[in-house]
Design a protein around this ligand. Sequence first.
Ligand SMILES: [Cu+2]
Length: 136
Amino acid sequence: MLKKLTALGVIGIIILVTISLSFSNHSIEENIEETDLTVQGDVIMSTKVSRPGCEKNDNCYTPSLFVIGKGNYVTWVNEDSAFHSVTSGFYDAPTNLFDSGHLDPFESYTVTFDETGTYDYFCTLHPWMKGKIIVE
Ligand SMILES: [Cu+2]
């Protein structure tokens, strides 16, 4: 009887340890996934660009001019605390080639450029925000 109880106890402990280990493994995996999801942006919308002024230093989008090869992509990351957009064309003349819509803080947006050319873009919320992609 005592042996049976001891055996049951040992089995119980093994089960508990297995369960707790699987939980801790799970949380470690989640942390790694979150780290992997941190997007490295090519072009950043940095803090305070939602107020006029950044256009004087041409850094509303950083860098405001970005050159890539044909077939490559550009990722924008909104590192500001305000909404911004990445919209092709100019504020008074959008070209409808791409439009991120309103990007939340720390949201990213990626566009692949398959054709060479110069692509101007702007922010629909802040007319002074302008940038340019050159695809070679
Ligand atoms: Cu903006």
